[in-house]
Design a protein around this ligand. Sequence first.
Ligand code: OOG
Ligand code: NI
Length: 467
Amino acid sequence: MQQWELRAAFARSLSDMYGQEVPAYTTLLRVSAEVNADVLAKDGAAAERLGSIGRVTAERHGAIRVGTPGELRQVGQIFAGFGMHPVGFYDLRDASASSVPVVSTAFRPTDAAELARNPFRVFTSVLVTDDRRFFPAELQKRLETFLGRRTLFPARVLELAARASADGELPADDAAELLAGATECFALSREPIDRGWYDELARISAVAADIGGVTSTHINHLTPRVLDIDELYRRMSDLGVEMIDEIQGPPAWEGPDVLLRQTSFRALAEPRVFTDGPGELRVRFGEVEARGIALTAAGRALYDRLLAEVDTLRAASGRPRTEVAAEVWSEHLPRTEDELDRRGLGAFTYRAAPDAAARLRELPGRPAAEATTGRPAAPATRPDVHALVAAGVVVRAPIVYEDFLPRSAAGIFQSNLTDAGTRDDALAGTERDLGWMSDALGRDVADPIVRNDELTRASLTALNLEA
Ligand code: OOG
Ligand code: NI
């Protein structure tokens, strides 16, 4: 099995397991598929502008949480076996008003062709056990001792994943063993939970208890992608599923979709075994998302400014966030994809149109030699890419936003916590950044904006145009 087939099979296998464990997830999948079919029927080719219906239908992201840098390094090795590499750094400690003592990255394919084959990604968080705002020294010690005693990932799974990563493929029997083994690592454990220990951590943070109060990790949600999230939200609510209050991220508006919009149904009470008898926990929920165009560094800076403006206006007016955001968006964001590109806010790649040579010949004032090669060259008269797009010589394709948003992530954590927990903001937090994450993983964590910029530049270079 090729690595991308392993990845697609891994996503399917986790999805099957999650569907058995969380029946409401199956409803979410069904409604997502219905919404996608309706959008495709209504919009035709435009519905596939940000990914083929095949990709979008198979598309999932999962989320897991681990306790230590050692566990993080191991899970990085497992994901590498499936061609999933760490991208982005998210600090949820500060993005969240509740007590969420973790920092995160996401493992995903980084290559455009690999993303198109199967874009499976897993948002992965690690506890910051030495952050005094959350954990006093004495508790940190007991927590690290507890975490140090557990083994999340069997040696055999790590070994098979390392082989898949080195060879880029696995023989069928090894592939089956890796898939079964890796899936099992993320199943909900049936091992009895020590209630005293779990509750002690839960008083500080429900997330800390979910990670450090049990002896294994688990998928806490598995998110399908939908082409119209407003419609999905309405249909799920009509079915009587209790959704969180709003859709996170950019508002619904008439311009191009950018970045990521997410919503979810609330965590469900699931029966769990405790050392002192049966009980239940709410740790797993159902998220769904709609993806838009990735932004450049300039676009992201604008987005962050708009977020701040929405906060200010909302605080002053007391109006709903989504309503204020839609107004702020209309005022500041370009209404068309073309304008998003011309203003350098959106991330795109460019390629020659199939009939580029013929179209070039028709362009006024083009030298004949250049026209026949079909390649816009000639440094003296190098045309800018926007003019070539307008002339139909070059085709522009949006780069899909493949990553996450810290605010939405914090919102997702938060909306599913029954209790805000406690934190002492008088104390200093521990420093964590992308460099720390890379060291802990023993792998370079890519910056998503830099990565997209590379894709843009590579496409311009292939056209013999400069970035
Ligand atoms: C991860 C929450 C973040 C998203 O889509 O923003 C996330 C978690 O709950 O562990 O998955
Ligand atoms: Ni998620």
